[in-house]
Design a protein around this ligand. Structure first.
Ligand code: UDP
Ligand code: MG
Length: 309
């Protein structure tokens, strides 16, 4: 019998852990011809999440978990889950039931038939989300897809069922700075997305703040595009061209008004500020790439487990 592993990252989700389990067990009849194992990954929760998972694990032998020594972030949790999953097919799901379990069966059929290596889910609406957040997210997909060779599917969730082969490919990417949306796409393979309408969490709160999301998007750019570096070079070249034009103008003006030696202090200040700004911005962008090299070169582990069962 083929086996399906469910990888579920959980961070301060004491209220949703059991609800998720119940929802999957209810859906279970639709794929009862598969063995099922759960891999909850407790991402260093500070509430009773781990306790709740342990309670479930006592009831059901198919429930396993990895518990981190601290909060490492969802990307690390996903990696740990994939690493421990033993299934022929692996599903990645959020615990808050924003990823509808009803889609699991169709995803599984798509992958197990061999037609697809991964079937994911993509939300077509963003109801229930602050407008400004949707707007920024649209902008993010537009920008990153115009700058990166790796196509990032708009609205795609991490929710997906993957073949063993694809999971192994993802695990072979050992990078420390992980941006799953990019990694899922970078590995290639045949992938399909089912569309569905956005759902609210069953309980608890999202752990993403606006700035958290902003940082996450910047990480995406740095990890999957070198275009920002090109932009820096273009800005530098433009400034240089303008400097030459300026020099010519100054020279010509000196020929026309040979007796006036000082012209345009205010404009000089503006130019200095503009150039200083461009330089600092460029330094910042280059710095982000260097800091990623720095982190990669330390070869720190992607996560540290405190408990595995
Ligand atoms: N999560 C995690 N580590 C974190 C933040 C979130 O493992 O540092 C998990 C969380 O428990 C949930 C999933 O990632 O299962 C998605 O988180 P959330 O619902 O907060 O994000 P959203 O759905 O708002 O994008
Ligand atoms: Mg959620």
């Amino acid at each position: 019998m083929a086996k399906l592993s469910l990888v579920v990252p959980v961070y301060n989700e004491q209220d949703t852990v059991a609800l998720f389990y119940d929802a999957i067990e209810k859906e279970r009849k639709n794929f009862s011809n598969y063995e099922l194992e759960y891999w909850y990954v407790d991402d260093g929760s500070s509430d009773k999440t781990l306790e709740r998972v342990e309670q479930l694990a006592q009831k059901d032998n198919n429930i396993h978990y990895v518990s981190f020594s601290r909060n490492f972030g969802k990307e690390s949790a996903l990696y740990a889950g994939l690493e421990h999953a033993t299934g022929d097919f692996v599903a990645v799901m959020d615990v808050d039931l924003q990823d509808p379990p009803e889609l699991l069966n169709e995803m599984l059929e798509g992958v197990s038939s061999g037609e697809w290596d991964a079937v994911g889910a993509r939300r077509t609406t963003r109801d229930g989300e602050p407008l400004i957040r949707s707007w920024f997210s649209k902008l993010f997909y537009k920008l990153i897809n115009s700058m990166s060779d790796t196509h990032i599917v708009e609205g795609a969730r991490d929710f997906r069922v993957m073949s063993r082969q694809m999971v192994d490919a993802i695990l072979s990417m050992k990078e420390y700075n992980r941006f799953s949306k990019g990694i899922f796409s970078w590995v290639g393979f045949k992938q399909k997305y089912l569309e569905y309408e956005n759902k609210d969490r069953v309980a608890g709160n999202t752990s993403w703040s606006f700035f958290g999301l902003l940082k996450y998007s910047i990480e995406g750019f740095i990890d999957f595009s070198r275009a920002p570096l090109l932009i820096v070079s273009v800005l530098g070249s433009l400034a240089f061209v303008m400097a030459i034009i300026g020099a010519v103008l100054v020279f010509v003006r000196a020929l026309i008004h040979p007796n006036v030696s000082a012209f345009g202090w205010p404009s000089l200040v503006v130019i200095m500020l503009a150039l200083g700004g461009i330089q600092l911005l460029s330094l910042g962008i280059v710095g982000r790439y260097i800091s990623n090299i720095y982190l990669e070169s330390k070869r720190r582990p992607i996560y540290i487990a405190r408990k595995v069962k």
